[in-house]
Ligand binder design. Sequence first.
Ligand code: NOJ
Length: 745
Amino acid sequence: MTDTTERTARIDDLLARMTTKQKVGQLIQYFYFSLPAGAGEGIDPFISRQPQAVEAALAEGVVGSLLFVTDPAETNRLQKLAIEGNEHGIPLLFGFDVIHGLRTIFPVPIALAASWDADTIERAQTVAAREARAVGIHWAFAPMVDIARDARWGRIIEGAGEDPLLGSVVAAAQVRGFQGEELGASEHIVAGPKHFAGYGAALGGRDYDEVDLSDQEFWNTCLPPFKAAIDAGAGNIMSAYMDLNGVPASGNHWLLTEVLRDALGFEGFVVTDANAAKDLETHHFAADAADAAVRALNAGVDMEMGIFQPAFANLIEAIDDGRVDTARVDEAVRRILVVKEKLGLFEQPYVDEADARRVLADPAHRDEAQRAAERSAVLLRNEGGILPLDPDSLGSVAVIGPLATSQRDTLGPWVFDFDLGETVTIAEGIATRLAGKASVVVEQGVAEPKRTFPSMFEQFGDTSPSAPADFDADAALDRAVRAATDADVAIVVLGEQQDMIGENASRSDLSLPGDQQRLLEAVVATGTRVVLVLMNGRPLDIRWAAENVPGILDVWYPGTRGGSAVASLLFGDTAPAGKLPFTWPRTVGQVPIHHAITRSHAPQNQDKRYWNEESTPLFPFGHGLGYTSFEYAEVRVDAERVGLDGTVTVSVDVANTGDRDGVEVVQLYLHQRFGTSSRPLRQLAAFERVEIAAGQTETVAFRIGPDERRYWSAATRDWVLDATVFDVWVGGDANAQAHAEFTVG
Ligand code: NOJ
């Protein structure tokens, strides 16, 4: 056991006075659901019995935290029950999945990552924290910092993609946004990076399934974003569901104590994922729920997120019979009380409901969401400069596709407290932008695609729209084709519905679901100019579109003001500057795929590892176009050779060769030619987002020192810094061409 917890007089005093039952109560977090109107039949009976059971536990003073309450009147009411339920007046901590906004919905996390813009990401989570705190939420189960390289895994949408450096920058920015200057800052909440650790490598992309991760992947790829989040001060960590190399993550002492505490220096509290303590029995790891509780706690879990009948209730007996050490229990309780104290909850446990209403309605939050959506979009293709469209030269525009008019899909998954009334769909955004200029015809074209198996959120009434039973597919397609034929340009909005991506939303193929491909081909066949707007949280198989549709703009799930942002991008009021945070495969058969692969036997055909198809991606990691063009000059390195702990400065002149101001994310890729391990052919080692005025040149400089070169080697089972030769490329994506080299040692 490593005691890294803080001591305060108040907490010492509380610990001395609390009963064992009260202490154990602090270690339990309950789901608390007020079921929304319209919640479907077949609701989980456990969940519908929750409120009464939880309120009884609150009255007994044996609850540490609740999740899923977002109404300020309710947080106040439940808080009062809790405080009055224990003679010490210990307040509750309210946690929630504040993933990409609370009332104001921002683009989904993978979209925010595509901005490669730490400032935008920090600002987004600052707004999310402000709204959450106003309603009485103290803690976000976010950011999800799991690296994901398999697009079949639905949760790729919740992270920052494939790369540990980008993932680290995004993770730290989110923690700063949620928590502010320090844990306890006003209008801020605790950040809970998740899921520790390795969850993104689920076998076959199947959510929750086991993960077998090599040590070098673990240290070099999976851990850096967690480290960055911890270094940024994250107050909480959530342990993962799955087996990591045969040991459940939530019962793994090595992982939760030796790695998390000793190696990464984490000092906050650890919560399990929902039911993950009880799951230790499901995993055939723990003998029963009591054993599960003991093993989770002893591994390093401080709080159980329990849906019903928490396993941790068994700890009282386990303390009595010595299976659990009281010191370990006190340590966990202390960590939780420290957070409550830092948040000021002992002094001010309640929120002001009128103030909450004001904060939730703040128009500045919507403006931030629009700005973030504009910065997140990635222009994948722009043949012949079809984009931006000139609004003054268009007489008529057809907006086509099942996702163009869906408010719910505009917001994306992992939102619960949204306001559909103010959500701007893409069709609405375009119509508003073109009002008084061009006529806009909107056609759905095909029925909304549907999941084969229902989403886990369906029982709570949260689903994407479905086609009515009498939907006439032929007539809908005909109308769409006619609209496209009559229009100057057809904007086709396709992708996955929001319930097709996220938790419990893995897929075995990446095609456009339903009849969308057919619709796209029919619209293109009219000969009208076509722009494809993609709504997605994972790369989709768009091989046909990448050859046949001149303009492709990936807008992800852009949030409350999504439609306005998309219109401003399409019509050139602002220019896209996002870059892909993952390698975009041609087909599902290529996944997992990512840019940082090593060179191997027969490198002459490393691009043709399949006999039927290129093994290169459709779009490289880091790809994204804008409305101007950039040219990279020679790369300069300030020293040909440096010592092992030396630093070189790599610089490059980037010219904006177009006639429009633009933003470029300048990326530096590194390759180590030889050493203790084989190292990736290219690996992102630095990047900077730079604004370059039309016709101007900017010099961008990067420092490459030991931190950028150090890696964990399976040969020495330790971190190494090699004396070797490095190649360096700088450019606008992972295929960067401008090259230089330097020697170390
Ligand atoms: C399960 C998910 O894995 C986790 O990310 C989420 O925070 C919890 N449920 C609570 O909703």
